[in-house]
Design a protein around this ligand. Structure first.
Ligand SMILES: [Ca+2]
Length: 493
């Protein structure tokens, strides 16, 4: 391994109390909270006030498509979570659905296990490697009730890839990346499950997810900590919403943007119901709520999904360049909200953080062991969320055969490899919109970051998407002119 590589953080060495010493000391808020308990022995006895975790993901939401970021799309419930929580301004994800979700589940960059390119397509036969130790497994192993409500998108071809087999004790939702929001189907095939059973149900998916989440919280045994991963399919294509939601945006002329806005407000309404149910059950004060999008809003029709979309794309990434599928800020810098009433101070916080950081951070709060994890790329960012400095100075935004990007401090390299290739360096402090390539003025950092991309490209696992796509195309029967008819025996002469 090259010394130029960003060092993958080894899985923390764990003490018998289930927390690593460094993470424990750094987690000032957590440490204060358990100060009245008799030290780490209390943790071992399971008496620590481990939080419930409600992790809410939006799908293809643009950075600026929220009320508190200036949008005319109404999101009062998300805005309240932001206003009363920590807003991580420099929080990054991967540029598409599957890699982001994989990074959340593993705490490891997707280039480590071949999910760095594109998404698992409906026809894909691969999934997130089953030898990875996932967040719900870690939380289950220390007594959490774990539930996925919403979209999985980490493998559907083999039941071994399904969420119930990966640490979730309960699953309700869709396995594939894009569904019709009313028919719950992907390319005509129903993709809607409760646990391991496929089912047919009436209703708008966003509202059904809200119903399920509220029901789970309502019936939850409060003696057990809850991990609810609520992964909405909004506002991913197809742009569809119930009439009552569309009517709220009758003033928007473009029907596509009207539906897009209605989808986001419908999701916000369900988030409001979830928070209200937590309050009703007396769980709110001991619940960490996280919210962010899985990637930036779609600004290129190449990344819009399975069906063509006519007209102007509705997502807005504000000041950030381009969107979903790209490594520019519009594709990967989504910002995150972390809200925990009485425990996390309201603040807008700079400092680099990444989706891989969530696994060690949540495991730290839960007292979960990560000794079964492979070497982590994520870092425990509780110190940042608590108002201090980020433990990160850099982040690998992705490395794959066609592109790569690393941010180090204020510098960001974006390397687009397909010919004619281009390599750019941006100073994000002076130029967050990535308008001016400053590589010529900063040759040393430019060269260093390129070396790191090459080193990672050398050691990465080849993308499973590319292997699958090439094999699938090579296995297709010949495509011949229509109406050619059956081959007949040759006439005798
Ligand atoms: Ca997405």
């Amino acid at each position: 391994m090259s010394e130029l590589l960003p060092a993958a953080t080894p899985a923390p060495e764990l003490k018998t109390d289930g927390m690593d010493r460094r993470g424990f000391c750094a987690s000032a808020g957590f440490a204060a909270a358990i100060a009245t308990l008799s030290g780490t022995a209390a943790l071992a006895r399971g008496k620590a006030p481990r939080p419930n975790i409600v992790y809410i993901l939006a799908d293809d939401l643009g950075w600026a498509d929220l009320g508190h970021r200036g949008s005319d799309i109404r999101t009062p419930n998300i805005d309240k979570l932001a206003r009363e929580g920590a807003q991580l301004e420099d929080f990054y994800v991967q540029p598409m659905c599957t890699p982001t979700r994989a990074a959340l589940m593993t705490g490891r960059y997707p280039l480590r296990y071949g999910l760095q390119t594109a998404v698992i397509p409906a026809g894909g036969t691969y999934g997130l490697a089953t030898d990875e130790y996932l967040l719900p497994q870690a939380l289950s192993d220390v007594g959490y009730k774990t539930a996925l409500v919403g979209k999985w998108h980490l493998g559907h071809y083999d039941t071994d890839f399904w969420p119930r087999q990966r640490g979730f004790q309960h699953f309700y939702g869709a396995l594939i990346g894009e569904i019709d929001h009313f028919k719950h189907s992907s390319l005509g095939v129903v993709d809607w499950y409760r646990d391991n059973e496929r089912l047919i149900e009436e209703g708008y998916d966003t509202e059904l997810f809200g119903n399920e989440a509220v029901k789970l919280i309502g019936a939850h045994d409060k003696a057990v900590p809850l991990f609810l991963y609520l992964a909405f399919t909004a506002p991913h294509t197809p742009y569809q919403a119930p009439e009552a939601e569309l009517a709220k945006y009758a003033h928007i002329q473009d029907p596509q943007r009207r539906a897009f806005a209605a989808m986001i407000t419908a999701m916000d309404t369900q988030i409001g119901r979830v928070v209200a149910e937590l309050e009703k059950r007396g769980m709110r004060d001991n619940t960490l709520i996280v919210f962010h999008s899985d990637n930036g809003g779609t600004r290129s029709k190449m990344f819009v999904g399975q069906e063509a979309v006519e007209g102007e794309l509705p997502a807005d990434n504000g000041p950030y360049r381009e969107g979903k599928g790209t490594l520019f800020e519009g594709g990967v810098r989504v910002g995150a909200i972390a809200n925990w009433k009485g425990r996390i101070k309201p603040a807008k916080l700079g400092g680099i953080s990444h989706i891989t950081d969530m696994l060690p951070t949540l495991a730290g709060l839960a007292g979960a062991s990560l000794k079964n994890s492979k070497p982590l790329d994520g870092k425990d960012i509780w110190p940042l969320i608590a108002g201090g400095a980020s433990p990160r100075t850099d982040v690998v935004l992705n490395v794959e055969p066609t592109q790569g990007s690393i941010r180090e401090g204020k510098w960001k390299l974006v390397w687009l490899a397909p010919l004619p290739s281009s390599v750019m360096l941006f100073d994000l402090e002076a130029d967050p919109s990535e308008k001016t390539d400053v590589s010529q003025q900063n040759p040393r950092i430019f060269a260093d970051l390129q070396k790191r991309v090459i080193a990672l490209a050398t050691e990465m696992k080849p993308p499973l998407f590319m292997e699958t796509a090439v094999s699938a195309v090579l296995a297709l029967p010949p495509n011949m002119p229509a109406g050619l008819g059956e081959a007949r025996p040759a006439a005798r002469h």
